[in-house]
Design a binder for this molecule. Sequence first.
Ligand code: 26A
Length: 349
Amino acid sequence: MAINNNLEYKSKLFAIGNPLLDISVTEGAQQLLEQYKLKANDAILAGEEHQPIYEQVRTTLSPLYLAGGAGQNTARAASYVLPEGSVVYTGAVGNDNFAKTLREANEKEGVESAYQVVEGTSTGACCVLITGHDRSLCTNLAAAEKFTVDHLRSAEIKQKIEEASHFYIGGFFLTHGLESALEVAKHSASADKTLAFNLSAPFIPQFFKDQVDQLIPYADIVFGNESEAEAYAQSHGIADTSAKNIAQHIASLPKTNSGKDRIVVITQGAQETVVAIGTKSVTSYPVTPLAKDAIVDTNGAGDATAGGFVAAFVLGSPIPECVEVGHKLGAMCIQQNGPQLPYPKQKVL
Ligand code: 26A
C-alpha cells in the first residue's frame, strides 16, 4: 500500500448527503411494486400517491429497519477500511428514534455524525422493496431536505471541513442542496483537496442536469453505474452510451482544479468496472462473480463499492487497488441485508 500524503489533515473524509432510515421489505415486495406502480430496480422521490406505503409496510408487514442514505452508506463503508476517526458525515435529521438508529450505526462503523438537527421534522425514510436481485427505493426526504448551508458555516462544521483532505457528495443531495454542495466543492478545489461525487440514480442526471453540470467541474472523482451513465448520456445528447465512452466524456470535461485528472468510475453490476482518467486512459476491471445464492440483497452495493474505492484512494493506493477494494466491499455488502458490512471486520487492504 502506498503512503498517504495527507497526514497533516486530522479527519480524512468529510461526506454530505441525505440521512435516511431504510425500511426494507422482501416478503410482500412484489405486491407493493404493483400496487404503487414502482419499477423493480429504481430510486425515486415519493410522490403523493406513494405516501401510504410507509404506514402500510409498518402495520401489515415485518420490515427490517436499517441505516441507509446513499452518501451515509458510502461514509460507513469507507470507515470500515480507514483508521478510527477518519470519517465525518453530515446531513439533516429530526430529533427522533430514526435519527438515533442512524447515529448508532455510524458509531458502530466509526463515522462521526455531524448532523444538522431540524426540530419539528421527522428523519427521512426510504422504503426498500427487494425482489430477487433488484431493489426499488422510494424515499421521503423529510428533514434531509431541510439542510441549510448555515450548518456548514457553523464554527464546529467549518473546522471539520478544514481538517478534511477528501470530500464525498452524493448526487441525491443535489435534489435540494446545490448551494451547500458548491460550498464544499469550492473549498475542496481552492485548497487542492479531493472531491468525489456520485451520480446516485438515473433521475439525478436526467432531472437535475443543471445541478450536476454545476458540480462536475469541481469533482476529482465521479462514480456512477451503467444506468446512471446512460441517463447522463441521454440528458447530454451523447450518442454512444457505452460505459467506456461516457466515462471518457465525463473525465475530460473542464475542471476547476486542472492540476489533477478527473477519475470516472462506472460500475456495471457483475460486469466489468470502467475507469477513465482524464484524457489519458480508460481501463476495464473485471468483477469476480458471486454465486447467485450467496446474494442476499443488492441494496447499498454501489455505495459500498464507492466507499471502498474512496477509502483506498484516501490511503494513497493506486487505482487498480482502489477498484479492488471497492469490488470487495460491494461483494461483502450484497451478502448482507441492506447497506451493511460483515462483522467481525474482514481485512480488505
Ligand atoms: C433523494 N433520494 C431519493 C435519496 C435516496 C437515497 N439516499 C439519498 N437520497 N433514495 C434512496 N437512497 C438510499 O440509497 C441507498 C442505496 O443506494 C437508500 O437509503 C439506500 O440505503
